[in-house]
Design a protein around this ligand. Structure first.
Ligand SMILES: N[C@@H](CCC(=O)N[C@@H](CS)C(=O)NCC(=O)O)C(=O)O
Length: 310
């Protein structure tokens, strides 16, 4: 079975979501550190344009977005399950956390004291370059102010704390589900920066739960260079995880398509459609460095169009 290669960086909350899932599942993985800001030539060689963090690689298959990466890891090691039938709403809470809680936490964390803590010890240009990169990535997106976040976040934290009232378990019972990982990465982002972490203090159950989540660890990572990851893709030589384009979904196998995220970081991926169902699309593309790769993306949060449509 191909090794799991996670492309990520230490301070990335969505990467922490996947690292904790790898810990929960007790999986071994290869760890490729990607740049925090553009340019990201080795990332784009694999993804075809997608610049967000993290993404997963197995051989010449590249899996975008943590919603899809989580499903791939759950298929790789089904026990313990991320989507137990006993918690049918947990994927919906996960969606809320990834889309709404995260974008409430960001303005809270990125207030001046948070930025100062995040870039402590780095040259002043680092914070400036980061700000400019993220402003370009989210251009056109309506973002909350710090003042708005400071009103909403305590309400969200109180609701999550209340959900834990039954005892020292997780959001939907005695074991973590996908919802716990999506909420945990947002609160981890707050907790690691002391000048903004005080907002968590009134919520003792939530604090204890976050410690239980952190205790899951990160599995067994081994470092890998991005050049080695590109070589793994090339060496796969056209061997891919099987996929097919289902009928009745408006697209045909072999059709040229363009796909992009609908929220932010919407750099398009262009190639040939080789897989499509209700959950996932697969685009085949050629790259001089990576060879032929299959880029997998979730349907949720992404739009696929014929290539000629702009
Ligand atoms: N929906 C995406 C969101 C990923 C995301 O926004 N990641 C942040 C880092 S935590 C990002 O991509 N920032 C810009 C970058 O790393 O280039 C997912 O679940 O993977």
């Amino acid at each position: 079975m191909d090794e799991l290669i996670l492309h990520h960086y230490d301070g990335s909350p969505f990467s922490e979501k996947v690292r904790l899932i790898l810990g929960f599942k007790g999986l071994a993985w290869r760890s490729v550190t990607v740049p925090r800001i553009l340019p990201k030539p080795d990332v784009v060689a694999l993804t075809g344009g997608y610049r967000r963090t993290p993404f997963l690689q197995t051989g010449a298959d590249v899996w975008l977005d943590t919603a899809l990466v989580a499903r791939v890891l759950d298929r790789r090691r089904p026990e313990p399950p991320l989507y137990p039938p006993s918690a049918p709403l947990s994927p919906l809470l996960a969606q809320w956390a990834d889309a709404t809680l995260f974008w409430t936490v960001v303005p809270w964390v990125m207030q001046p004291a948070g930025v100062a803590a995040m870039f402590a010890g780095a040259p002043p240009e680092a914070a400036k370059a980061f700000g400019a990169d993220r402003a370009a990535m989210t251009a056109g997106m309506k973002r909350l102010s710090t003042a708005e976040a400071s009103v909403l976040l305590p309400q969200y934290l109180a609701a999550l704390d209340g959900q834990l009232a039954d005892g020292p378990g997780f959001l939907f019972g005695p074991r973590p589900t996908i919802a716990d990982f999506s909420v945990a990465h947002c609160l981890w982002f707050v907790q690691r920066l002391p000048p903004v972490a005080h907002i968590l203090a009134p919520h003792a159950r939530l604090g204890a739960w976050l410690e239980r989540m952190r205790a899951l660890g990160h599995g067994q990572p081994t470092p890998m260079g991005s050049d080695e990851a590109l070589a793994v893709a090339r060496a796969a030589g056209g061997r891919f995880v099987p996929c097919a384009v289902a009928e009745g979904l408006g697209f045909a196998a072999g059709q040229r398509v363009r796909a992009a995220a609908t929220d932010y970081g919407a750099d398009p991926i262009v190639g040939t459609l080789v897989g499509l169902d209700a959950d996932e699309a697969v685009i085949e593309r050629e790259d001089p460095q990576a060879g032929t790769v299959h880029v997998h993306l979730p349907r949720l949060g992404y739009q696929i169009k014929p290539e000629e449509t702009v």
